[in-house]
Write a protein that binds this ligand. Structure first.
Ligand SMILES: *[C@@H]1O[C@H](CO)[C@@H](O)[C@H](O)[C@H]1NC(C)=O
Ligand SMILES: *[C@@H]1O[C@H](CO)[C@@H](O)[C@H](O)[C@H]1NC(C)=O
Ligand SMILES: *[C@@H]1O[C@H](CO)[C@@H](O)[C@H](O)[C@H]1NC(C)=O
Length: 449
């Protein structure tokens, strides 16, 4: 099923200005032959354009102050993570998993999926060596984008990992050393070594200007992409010089992305910790003192002019090991509220919580704990939206389909296995859709809500 996002109407609606030509003169015949009329119109209007012009043209997500906008309306995100889309699309035998999760997401009213658009040197690598790309894997990513578009889902694409899974910064540093030019073996040199920065830019340019082999559209021109994320959870190991170097890296890479692609929004990919440039009442919100020493600095990094919106992650199990659920939920409420407030008072940009999760390895874990915890986050986003705040949405970490046990961690959820969670996700989708559209609901929501 195809939709036009956030807007009533469909592909057959004539563009403004051409309505006279297409208005049916024969009121009796055309209802019967409406489809034929439309086809004739399409043909007349677009000539020999390929048949795929039948697919909806969606529009880019934009920003106005602390809000995302689509087609002139405020857009709140109920999103999810499935990091594995490109990886699973690389083999014909697992492609159906991608379709299945996109279908499932759409059925729950989810609108944006965050996923990896990188794989540096691991199995199914996109980048197999510095500046060398596997066409077959790029074709898999092309296909993922088309498939997302078909399901009315936009993609938040992350561009490199801080962690070692799927290669990450450590792989770049290793490659540089093997080629004999890396200035240092520390993985922090990903941020400061000029030659590694250049190689990362080659990757950026390659992906931004990639021409989708299925649609002929370059990625930078494709509105299916919600936004780019520079890096998943950037951190520095040696923090003394780290804050400065990471900020410089963010500025340089953000400027480079914007030079090539002015249409898409861009975020850093931060976890949200406050660093030394933040006021003390903010650093106190960190889960502990050491979290302020990891090289990232939420306010300073997110203020970067080429960065369009801020992001933060939510992992109370990793941050507050000994706390019980009530304490974790209370803490998270403070964390989320603080970042939304930053978006409003300091950054004047939207804030997305691009990962949140509750571990199933906790003592006495029960699915109802996730319902309580997720609901507290969803409620805060919804309350922010109700008062026109900067809290623009949240993304569950993470959704899988059956048979993917190997791809999970303590946080994975398979929709269909816990109805209470599915229901909660859908409720959040529906109240956000209702808030955005009022009575003028888009077609897809009638099948969801
Ligand atoms: C952008 O936001 C401002 C302030 O909320 C509002 O006055 C203005 O109408 C918005 N512009 C658009 C294009 O929505
Ligand atoms: C980076 O290097 C440090 C020091 O060698 C190491 O402790 C850390 O695990 C590495 N991090 C990653 C993400 O590879
Ligand atoms: C959680 O811990 C706090 C502080 O130790 C305690 O007051 C509270 O009763 C605990 N809550 C539960 C549900 O165990």
């Amino acid at each position: 099923m195809n939709f036009v996002w956030g807007r009533k109407g469909s592909w057959s609606k004539p563009p403004p200005g051409s309505s006279k030509r297409t208005k049916p003169r024969n009121g009796k015949l055309c209802p019967v032959l409406g489809f034929v009329c439309c086809m004739v119109f399409m043909y007349m209007a677009f000539g020999a354009v390929k048949f795929r012009t039948q697919e909806p043209r969606s529009s880019f997500v934009k920003r106005n102050g602390t809000h995302f906008m689509v087609d002139g309306r405020v857009f709140y995100v109920n999103g999810w993570n499935s990091y594995w889309l490109m990886d699973q699309a690389a083999e014909a035998s697992s492609r159906s998993r991608v379709t299945e999760i996109l279908q499932t997401g759409a059925r729950m009213g989810l609108t944006v999926c965050r996923t990896w658009a990188f794989n540096d040197g691991a199995d199914h690598a996109l980048q197999v060596a510095l500046g060398i790309f596997d066409e077959r894997v790029f074709e898999a990513l092309d296909w993922v984008i088309v498939e997302a578009q078909k399901h009315g889902i936009r993609l938040l694409l992350s561009l490199v990992n801080n962690l070692q899974s799927y290669g990450g910064k450590t792989q770049y540093v290793k490659w540089a050393r093997e080629e004999g030019f890396g200035s240092s073996s520390t993985n922090d040199s990903f941020f400061f070594d000029p030659s590694i920065r250049s190689y990362f830019k080659i990757y950026l340019k390659t992906i931004l200007t990639r021409k989708n082999h299925l649609t002929g559209t370059e990625y930078r021109d494709d509105p299916t992409i919600f936004a780019w994320e520079l890096m998943n959870e950037p951190q520095y190991s040696s923090s003394s010089s780290g804050f400065k170097e990471m900020q410089e890296w963010i500025e340089e890479m953000a400027e480079y992305v914007k030079r090539i692609d002015k249409k898409h929004l861009l975020t850093v990919g931060l976890e949200g910790f406050y660093g030394p440039a933040s006021p003390p009442e903010k650093t106190k919100v960190n889960p502990g003192k050491s979290y302020g020493e990891l090289g990232s600095d939420f306010l300073r990094n997110s203020k970067t002019p080429d960065i369009d919106f801020a992001s933060a992650h939510i992992y109370p199990d990793n941050w507050l090991m000994d706390a019980n659920l009530t304490e974790k939920t209370d803490y998270v409420s403070k964390w989320v509220t603080s970042h939304i407030e930053d978006g409003e008072k300091e950054l004047h940009k939207p804030v997305l919580f691009t990962e949140f999760g509750l571990s199933d390895k906790n003592n006495n874990f029960d699915h109802s704990h996730r319902v309580t915890f997720y609901k507290s986050i969803y409620d805060t986003i919804y309350e922010s939206a109700l008062r026109n705040g900067a809290g623009a949405g949240a993304f569950i970490w993470h959704l899988l389909v059956g048979g993917m046990e190997k791809y999970t961690d303590d946080f994975g959820i398979i929709p269909g296995e816990t109805p209470s969670i599915d229901r909660l996700i859908k409720e959040q989708s529906c109240r956000l859709i209702a808030l955005q559209h009022g009575k003028d609901l888009p077609e897809r929501s009638s099948t969801v809500c």
